[in-house]
Structures are given as structure tokens and as C-alpha cells.
Design a protein around this ligand. Structure first.
Ligand code: ZN
Length: 141
């Protein structure tokens, strides 16, 4: 079994929406998400802002794990039978789905095999932001 990531729209049965918008407890908090999306929308996302986002999101997940362990454990159980973590972001490099996948790989020992490449979610070229039909940029997280 392995952990994968993909964009929302991936149709495999192992897909798991991990977005705040999808009411997942594993999405970034609204406060963190809004600040990040504002920077992204205004083209002010930098390596430094991404590092800050990474630190904040990691902290939120560690806190969730400490305060509501059964919620985190249910996710660990899920990835042990194989799961694909889904988010709206065009690229996984700067998306919490990759951070979450790496955290889960560490905590469960299940390998993170990276982003799924499907015809529905073509692998974008560097710097490209693909947006699914019907999903606005503002909704990307
Ligand atoms: Zn994302």
C-alpha cells in the first residue's frame, strides 16, 4: 500500500478530500488558508512565505494529533489500506496535500509515492497553474 496525492477531480475510489472547503479536519485552518491564498492571488507567494505556511500547517496538524488523537489515527488507518489525498491546488509542490502525505508517511511507515498522473489531472509544467472547469482561482487551496 502507498500514499498518493492528486487534484480534486481524481476519480479513483481511494481518493480522500483533505480540504478545509470539504470540511476535512486535515485542511489548513481558514486563517492560514486565507493568508496564503491572498499572497498567491497577488503573486506575492515566495519561498519564505511557503516555509512559513509549511511551519504553520505542520503545527496545526501536530496540535490536532495531540488534542484529538482518534481523528489523526483514523487517517492513519485509512492510508494503511492505500489513499490518495486530494486538494484543489494545481501543483502539489506548494500544497498541503504533499505536506500531509509526508507527515503520514513518517507516522505510519507507508511510502508516499507522489502525485498521481492521470488524464483528468495532467501533470502541469513548471510554473503552470491548471484550474479545473467550474473551479475559480479563489477556491484553490
Ligand atoms: Zn492544496
Amino acid at each position: 500500500m502507498a500514499i498518493y496525492t492528486a487534484r480534486i477531480g481524481y476519480s479513483g475510489t481511494d481518493g480522500l478530500d483533505v480540504t478545509r472547503r470539504g470540511n476535512s479536519p486535515f485542511g489548513p485552518s481558514w486563517a492560514l488558508l486565507q493568508a496564503h491564498l491572498t499572497l498567491r492571488r497577488e503573486g506575492r507567494e515566495t519561498e519564505e512565505s511557503w516555509q512559513q505556511y509549511t511551519a504553520s500547517y505542520t503545527y496545526e496538524m501536530l496540535r490536532l494529533r495531540a488534542e484529538i488523537p482518534h481523528v489523526w489515527e483514523s487517517l492513519e488507518q485509512r492510508v494503511r489500506v492505500g489513499a490518495t489525498l486530494l486538494c484543489y491546488c494545481g501543483r502539489s509542490a506548494h500544497c498541503h496535500r504533499r505536506l500531509l502525505a509526508e507527515m503520514l508517511a513518517q507516522s505510519t511507515g507507508v511510502l508516499y509515492e507522489g502525485e498521481r498522473v492521470t488524464t483528468k489531472t495532467p501533470f502541469p509544467t513548471l510554473g503552470e497553474q491548471l484550474v479545473l472547469p467550474g473551479i475559480k482561482n479563489e477556491e484553490i487551496e
